[in-house]
Design a protein around this ligand. Structure first.
Ligand SMILES: NC(=O)c1ccc[n+]([C@@H]2O[C@H](COP(=O)([O-])OP(=O)(O)OC[C@H]3O[C@@H](n4cnc5c(N)ncnc54)[C@H](O)[C@@H]3O)[C@@H](O)[C@H]2O)c1
Length: 368
């Protein structure tokens, strides 16, 4: 287990809260799950994870030896019986559900798998919660893509209509509906488990090798000395360093746990600062500049499936009620991500790199 560090007040997680807490994380072998579990370990939590194998052959979970500091279970969220048994055995106080088929492009190739994992898998998690004593709080991670973008709003608040054009996006909207249905039917006002959903933007950070995500695609091309192919260069996305929304999930879990009737069992947006909402081409330009050594990109002229052109979240509710704000500026997030991968390819230890980022970007106040 990694050692612990103290932190500053406000806009941060509370280390004493997490110390010794039993946490069950689904999707712990994925990009965000690995970061979350390392952070929870750093906070002294007793962490158990339930997921399939890491989604890519090179991955943060293995590279940073995340499994060494926790109970790591291999299992499918579609296997409701096994999931429930694993949950009961671990007797968690808090559940963080991140397991998903997480890629928009893949959802066009495998829509059934996407709906089964993201909708039925989430239903299986909620159903296991319904029949397990002792869990006080759960955070169900969906996506900023769950909104119905036909209204073309400047910004989407938690009250806006859900929708989602492609199988991934609509599966995340469906996971929102299922969660709301379970909450109203079984828990709300009945002293049951306090369950919230969390919607965040496009996350970046070291240790992501997923295909069809901008930064991993750029880094892969740059490191091979080829021009990167970029889809939708004019699309505007809410970019954020992975540790910013993860901090939001942790702060939300603290409130759900501490004040189960406090109204925190709802949907929450965790978007980046407005300055981080930039077109894809600017991110590609900045990344190429920061990488140096002739790194370049060009638009991908091949046909590709529909993707939303503009997507902005309104995170005022999280600021007002959780005192959470995205606080890692885009330049810092990009610079960290690129230097993480450069150092990693130069032989640096992934665990040491990740822990340094957690300590510097998340445990301490950054430009807040
Ligand atoms: N990465 C982003 O930009 C982003 C943005 C918004 C929301 N999200 C959401 O955050 C969560 C984590 O995303 P990520 O980027 O870490 O994804 P990832 O693809 O890196 O990891 C997905 C995780 O889910 C697990 N998984 C997949 N199918 C499973 C199944 N049937 N049973 C059990 N486990 C299964 C994988 O093994 C892995 O641990 C997902 O719910 C995703 O939709 C991600």
């Amino acid at each position: 287990m990694v050692g612990r560090k103290s932190t500053v007040e406000g806009l941060a997680v509370t280390p004493n809260f997490w110390d010794g807490k039993r946490i069950f994380v689904t999707g712990h072998t994925g990009f965000k799950g690995s970061w979350l579990c390392l952070w929870l370990q750093r906070l002294g939590a007793e962490v158990a994870g339930y997921a399939l194998d890491p989604p890519t052959s090179v991955n943060l979970f293995d590279g940073a030896r995340v499994g060494a500091g926790m109970k790591s279970l291999r299992g499918d969220v579609r296997d409701a019986e096994r999931l429930e048994r694993s949950l009961r055995e671990r007797e968690p106080e808090i559940v963080m559900h991140l397991a998903a088929q997480s890629l928009v492009r893949r959802s066009y190739e495998a829509p059934l798998e996407t709906y089964e994992t993201n909708v039925l898998g989430t239903t299986a998690v909620l159903d296991a919660l319904r029949r397990t004593q002792g869990v006080r709080a759960a955070v169900i991670v969906t996506s900023d893509k769950c909104y119905d973008l036909r209204s073309q709003k400047e910004r989407y608040t938690e009250e806006d209509a859900l929708g989602g054009y492609d199988p991934y996006s609509s599966s995340k909207a469906a996971a929102e509906f299922v969660t709301a249905g379970y909450r109203a039917s079984f828990w709300m006002g009945r002293n049951g488990v306090a369950v919230a959903t969390a919607r965040s933007g496009n996350v970046i950070g070291g240790g992501d090798w997923s295909v069809d995500r901008l930064l991993p695609d750029l880094i892969s091309a740059f490191s091979k000395g080829r021009p990167a192919l970029v889809r939708e260069p004019d699309a505007i996305r809410p970019w954020q360093h992975v540790l910013d929304p993860l901090r939001g999930y942790l702060m939300l879990a603290e409130r759900l746990y501490g004040a189960p009737s406090g109204g925190y069992d709802a949907a929450w947006n965790f978007g980046p600062p407005a300055a981080n909402e930039r077109p894809v081409r600017e991110i590609a330009d900045a990344a190429a500049r920061m990488w140096g050594s002739d790194a370049s990109w060009k638009p991908d002229a091949t046909e590709h499936p529909h993707e939303a052109r503009v997507l902005r979240l309104d995170s005022a509710k999280a600021a007002a009620k959780l005192d959470w704000r995205g606080r890692i500026p885009l330049d810092a997030a990009l610079e960290r991500t690129l230097s993480w991968h450069k150092k990693f390819s130069d032989g640096a230890d992934a665990r040491a790199l990740a822990i340094a980022d957690i300590d510097e970007l998340a445990m301490h106040a950054v430009g807040s």
